[in-house]
Design a protein around this ligand. Structure first.
Ligand SMILES: *Cc1c(COP(=O)(O)O)cnc(C)c1O
Length: 384
């Protein structure tokens, strides 16, 4: 197998000689109709029926107690962490192998990240590495788990479902319960992915999903907080909407809230997109199976869903035999107009997180040097 074969294969899949992006949004349903409706109604902003409808659709798809729509996935994560009790000075355990937004959300709250390795099977937070890390650095006190030396609280663990592949949630939950730490899922990439039949983002105390333009469905920019109960959902909605106490005309706010609500215009786009989610997932799983058979007898290992999960296969990925072959494929595919990408640089290599507490990151480093993402837009769309 050579980069040349990969180019030909991807071009055949998408049946085009044009540039092939990594992931393009697809609008082939009611998008224009719903967006036009919001403009005609003048309710393009903070109130309108599409926000409620969008939240209800997300509740039906994910089975969560209450969904709270937000302006983007980072804001959803910020809100979820706040609701899980994270405050300035706390430590939040997450993956070094993630998109920077996971860390930005907690950093801007004055919390600090602590990085733990990922497991090979999920590319997400490894329960064993988490337990070892806590044994080394934490002690249980009346404040929950605190750092042995600095006494900072370990307030939350944030696993991320990388490329849509669910992490080992039962095992992570067991470690979190033992150490009395909240579990907040960064499910930004995993709308439509299930762990043992349970939708990702609904397993932990809170979850956050993103609807940025490159995700499986988009609202332009947007996100949602998944809350377990109606009560935590009501509190979450309250704080994302300036914490205003309802009154026909008086302005009274009972805490310092956020202005994080999703505009109705974006929710209109999202409602139309959600109607097509099942079709997108079917097409992406079909695409993944075609990549899988193509790479079957090669030196490149196609990344598949863990055995306990059903993944949305948001972004397809291969693991190359070594860094040299990875660099060659990146070069030859991009030069030929077939967009591929390395995985994100590990978070502890970025200047703002270089002094963060961290465990051994051997698997993260292996994956960082050898993984490539492949074009993953749903098939059959380019020709529309
Ligand atoms: C996309 C993404 C986010 C943030 O979403 P935005 O909507 O872009 O703010 C957070 N975490 C991960 C892992 C993501 O991929």
């Amino acid at each position: 197998m050579t980069p040349l074969n990969i180019n030909d294969f991807v071009r055949d899949l998408y049946a085009t000689n044009e540039f092939i992006p990594l992931h393009a949004p697809t609008f082939c349903g009611n998008e224009k109709g719903y967006v036009t409706q919001t403009i005609d109604s003048t309710f393009v902003s903070s109130v309108g029926k599409f926000v409620d409808q969008f939240e209800t659709q997300i509740e039906q798809i994910t089975g969560t107690g209450k969904a709270v729509a937000t302006v983007n996935g980072t804001a959803a994560l910020h809100t979820a962490l706040h609701m899980a009790g994270v405050r300035a000075g706390d430590l939040v355990i997450t993956q070094a192998l993630t998109f920077v937004a996971t860390c930005n959300a907690l950093f801007h709250m004055g919390a600090e990240p602590a990085f733990v390795d990922v497991s090979e099977k999920s590319l997400g937070l490894c329960p064993k590495a988490l337990e070892l890390f806590l044994q080394e650095h934490a002690v249980l006190s009346e404040n929950g788990a605190v750092h042995k030396k600095t006494k900072q609280r370990f307030q939350a663990v944030v696993p991320m479902h990388t490329f849509g592949h669910p992490v080992e949630l039962d095992e992570l939950q067991a470690v979190c319960s033992k150490w009395n730490i909240a579990l907040v899922e960064d499910a930004a990439e995993s709308l439509g992915s299930y762990y043992k039949g349970v939708h990702t983002g609904t397993f932990g105390d809170y979850g956050a999903i993103s609807f940025n333009g490159n995700k499986i469905i988009t609202t332009g920019g947007g996100g949602v907080v998944l809350c377990k109960s109606a009560d935590s959902g009501a509190k979450t909605k309250h704080i994302t909407t300036t914490a205003k106490v309802p009154h026909p005309f008086e302005f009274y706010h009972d805490e310092a809230g956020f202005n994080y609500r999703m505009p109705n215009l974006n929710a209109a786009l999202g409602c139309a997109q959600l109607e097509q989610l099942e079709m997108f997932i079917d097409q992406k799983r079909l695409l993944a199976s075609q990549y899988q058979s193509f790479f079957k007898s090669s030196d490149f290992e196609f990344v598949t869903e863990p055995e306990y999960a059903k993944s949305n296969y948001w972004l397809n990925a291969i693991i190359c035999p070594d860094k040299e072959s990875r660099d060659l494929v990146l070069q030859e595919t991009n030069a030929a107009g077939v967009m591929t990408r390395p995985i994100w640089q590990l978070m502890h290599r970025l200047p703002m997180f270089k002094n963060a507490l961290r465990g051994e990151l051997a698997i993260s480093e292996q994956i960082e040097s050898r993984l490539i993402n492949l074009p993953s837009s749903p098939l059959g769309i380019q020709s529309l």
